[in-house]
Design a protein around this ligand. Structure first.
Ligand code: PLP
Length: 397
């Protein structure tokens, strides 16, 4: 019968590791897995700006009637302002609110498939764990370009450019807007200039995934490279998330942006995105988008939010620096200084899956087999323990 043919799906490694960590009774346990920001108490707080916007909405909102297929259009507009700013490409930009950036990635992948069924999507090696599954689920072919240099633990700029030489009109190149997940190694401004030149010359479509604006060097600084590209290429698409920088993880708040060659082309593509949304979830959930819209359209709230993002960013960068210092002091080397050059929530440490397993099983330090740690989840009191065990595992295997 129809439901008799299925066995268990493979569990998501990040989500199942988080469950294993919760069940661990070791008092020293450290959860460096799932990508969420935590404060010094290990808590992921509701942001003050969100609380204030929520109170205002409770007073003002008098209906929960359906919005349109594109969700909250005021949110879509103000988010495009935040991301693209006043650049010329803003005039050709259209957006659809989606259930998180995950929803945007899938909707955009579907529209690529619809427009060009044999398109290839180029992902950085490494990339966000869900990028390849989403692209493949949409029926797209996936290729990888060199990105993370295992020796320097930074971006392999020349390897990347060499690999992307073959990307042409029927190719999509997915770039992380900032705060690269999982590696923490970000493109420099010069790298952005080089990729922009290549997109102009070779005609591939840049696909920007921005999930951590504000967590690297600040809200404006983090998107300088993206904006450089945005103003110089004919077309680009964006999947953006409000999960981290508005702390709205479970509210599933994000958007898909399309910038076509002309406004007319953008509108046609938007109508296709809406068509796809209609046959999947029809309309995105509103609450998160209504909160973001309220914040970004109320100057006092926007300031509260900007200050909170600045604070979170500074905290993550301080933790990074302290981890580097602890590793320097305990090892007497500069082998881990690269962690200080990484940006955003994550760093890939360049350890083996076996070493990651030892850290989990023997020391209750929960990190992914890829060696990714969530720096934004570390508490100061855990730094010495983490540094010590990283060095133990490095020596013994
Ligand atoms: C690079 C990247 N893109 C997209 C997402 C998905 O974000 P959302 O929670 O908005 O679906 C994440 C989440 O971790 C991410 O790291």
């Amino acid at each position: 019968m129809i439901l008799d043919n299925l066995t268990n799906a493979t569990a998501d490694p990040i989500l199942s590791m988080s469950v294993a960590c919760k069940a661990d009774n070791n008092p020293n346990k450290v959860d460096l897995g799932i990508g969420v920001y935590r404060d010094e108490q290990g808590h992921t707080p509701l942001m003050q700006a969100i609380k204030m916007a929520q109170e205002a909405l409770t007073q003002e909102q008098d209906t929960k009637v359906y919005l349109g297929l594109a969700g909250n259009e005021s949110f879509n507009d103000v988010m495009m302002d935040l991301l693209i700013g006043a650049g010329a490409s803003r005039g050709r930009a259209v957006a659809v609110q989606t259930p998180g950036a995950s929803g945007a990635l899938r909707l955009l992948a579907d529209v690529i498939k619809l427009s060009s069924p044999d398109a290839k999507v180029w992902l950085s090696d490494l990339s966000y764990a869900n990028h390849a599954p989403i692209m493949k689920a949409a029926g797209l072919q996936v290729r990888y370009y060199r990105y993370f240099d295992p020796k320097t633990k930074l971006v392999d700029s020349s390897g990347m450019q060499q690999d992307l030489q073959v990307a042409k009109q029927n190719d999509v190149v997915l770039l992380h807007g900032c705060c690269h997940n999982p590696t923490g190694a970000d493109l420099s401004f010069t790298d952005w200039q080089a990729v922009t030149d290549m997109a102009q010359r070779q005609g591939f479509l840049p696909f920007i995934d921005i999930a951590y604006q504000g967590f690297g060097q600040g809200l404006d600084e983090d998107i300088k490279g993206f904006r450089y590209l945005a103003e110089r290429v004919e077309s680009y698409i964006v999947a953006a998330s409000c999960s981290k920088n508005f702390g709205l993880y479970r509210e599933r708040t994000g958007l898909a942006i399309v910038v076509g060659k002309t406004q007319q082309q953008s509108n046609a593509i938007k109508s296709r995105l809406l068509e796809i949304a209609r046959t999947t979830y029809t309309m995105p959930p509103d609450h998160g988008a209504a909160l973001v819209d309220k914040i970004l359209r109320t100057p006092t709230l926007e300031q509260v939010w900007r200050d909170e993002v600045t604070y979170m960013c500074a905290r993550v960068n301080t933790i990074r620096q302290r981890l580097v210092t602890a590793l320097q002091q305990k090892s007497g080397t500069h082998n881990f200084d690269f962690i200080g050059q990484h940006r955003g929530m994550f760093s890939v440490l360049g350890i083996t899956p076996e070493q990651a397993q030892v850290l989990r099983q023997e020391h209750a330090i929960y990190l992914l087999d890829s060696g990714r740690i969530n720096v934004a989840g570390i508490q100061e009191r855990q730094i010495d323990y983490i540094a010590e065990k990283l060095l133990v595992v490095g020596k013994t295997s």
